[in-house]
Design a protein around this ligand. Structure first.
Ligand code: RNT
Ligand code: ZN
Length: 411
């Protein structure tokens, strides 16, 4: 089937071998938090708050570090291509409790060792939610200076850790700031919180690090659960802030109005930013964090990365959390689908299609785009998995077995 597929693609001028090779080299950062419903390793950890929520109570959630690491290893064994691991500050590893505003580099040494053994890079996020100091829904933009200062200390400590990780691993560590800050109901002041957020960020970014070690990004949102009327860190706010501060933006495709597409934003931003970052997810009504599927918008996002020759400039990460199904199946499904979207984009004759657009051959362009959709992509995908020594379409069998042998024993 692959040989036949190779022939058919060749007729379109596409080299399936080159596509397979390239696909294996594009890193996708897997979010560690799908495995435990964004709980983390802090004592008394209670799961996510701050406008984000995992729903469902599927058995087998990782309850501690050892279980999460074991699940991650199994998960990675089912995902092709180059991987990174994306951590949150609440996944600090320590024998004694780590205060939220006092995480240290040493708490991530075990992760560095773990990732190094697996030839993987690490990305990092400060955690400005699931904590009493975030109970009001306001952190870096709080009117209370004690609260603001607490979170400024936290983010400063996290940037230090990210820069440390980046230096140790010899590859820049993405440090992405997302805060829940917002209001449930109609604000009386929209400017004040944004002004305070700006001042907090200015303070945070007075500390400079080597750009070979850290990529600083800020992530906007349109609304959070319980914080529906106003989001301090809106898209306009962060885009302008990042452009002026010379840092990057992170686009989470679940964080925009439903008809607004991140795929369309990528080329615009590539003209002005050296690097941008992504949280690939799937929005469904009010939820921005369903498992990533192999559907149109993901394919378009991948196309924009590939045809603009930007795999080094668009840092791809995943961000979703589903607790209603087997968490490993959720992890693997989304990660494989991101890989599928990349391979799919690598199997398109972008140059030829662009020529059709530029010569205004719109009928032929439309026809070609539709014909390309039914080329035997599945055969090339299967071959890619085979070369990567990763299970094919029957991978769920292994997950079901793992559920029997490991997950079901967690009561
Ligand atoms: C929340 C943001 C944020 C989080 C993670 C856990 O809406 O998407 O990125 O999901 O940091
Ligand atoms: Zn996100």
């Amino acid at each position: 089937m692959y040989t036949k597929a190779q022939e058919l693609y060749k007729k379109w001028g596409i080299d399936t071998e080159a596509a397979i090779k390239k696909c294996a080299e594009i890193p996708v950062s897997l979010h560690c938090w799908q495995g435990d419903d964004v709980t983390g390793f802090e004592q008394n950890a209670g799961g996510a708050s701050g406008g984000i929520q995992t729903t469902g109570n599927y058995p087998g959630k990782a309850r501690n570090k050892d279980e999460l690491l074991r699940d991650l290893d199994f998960t990675f064994s089912l995902i092709p291509g180059k991987k990174r691991i994306n951590l949150h500050a609440i996944y600090a590893i320590s024998d004694s409790p780590v205060k939220r505003d006092e995480p240290e580099c040493k708490h991530f040494d075990p992760w560095l060792a773990w990732a190094k053994e697996r030839n993987m890079g690490i990305d990092f996020n400060p955690t400005l939610f699931s904590h009493p100091m975030a109970a009001s829904g306001l952190t870096l933009s709080s009117p209370d200076k004690t609260i603001r200062d607490f979170w400024i200390r936290h983010v400063k400590a996290c940037r230090k850790i990210a820069a440390y990780i980046g230096e140790k691993q010899n590859s820049p560590c993405l440090h992405n700031i997302w805060i829940p800050d917002g209001l449930k109901d109609v604000p009386a002041d929209r400017l004040g919180p944004r002004q305070r957020l700006k001042e907090s960020l200015d303070d945070i970014f007075t500390v400079k690090y080597d750009r070979n070690h850290i990529v600083d990004a800020v992530e906007s949102k349109v609304f959070g659960i319980g914080l529906e009327s106003y989001t301090v860190g809106s898209a306009d706010f962060y885009l302008t802030y990042a452009a002026k501060a010379g840092i990057s933006v992170l686009l989470d495709n679940g964080h925009y109005h439903p008809t607004e597409l991140v795929s369309d934003k990528i080329p615009s931003l590539l003209l002005f930013f050296d690097k941008i970052a992504l949280h690939v997810t799937r929005g469904v009504r009010w939820d921005s964090d369903h498992v990533v599927l192999f559907e149109d918008e993901i394919k378009e996002i991948a196309k924009e990365i590939i045809r603009n020759n930007a795999p080094d400039r668009v840092l791809i990460g995943l961000d979703y959390f589903d607790a209603s199904i087997n968490r490993i199946a959720a992890w693997v499904t989304g990660a494989r689908n991101m890989q599928k979207a990349l391979l799919n984009a690598l199997l398109l004759p972008h140059g030829d299609l662009q020529k059709l657009q530029d010569t205004e051959s719109f009928s032929k362009l439309l026809v070609c785009q539709e014909e390309l959709k039914t080329l035997p992509f599945g055969a090339v995908w299967d071959e890619y998995l085979k070369r990567q020594k990763i299970a094919g379409g029957d991978w769920y069998t292994a997950v079901a077995q793992y559920e029997e042998d490991v997950l079901k024993l967690r009561k």
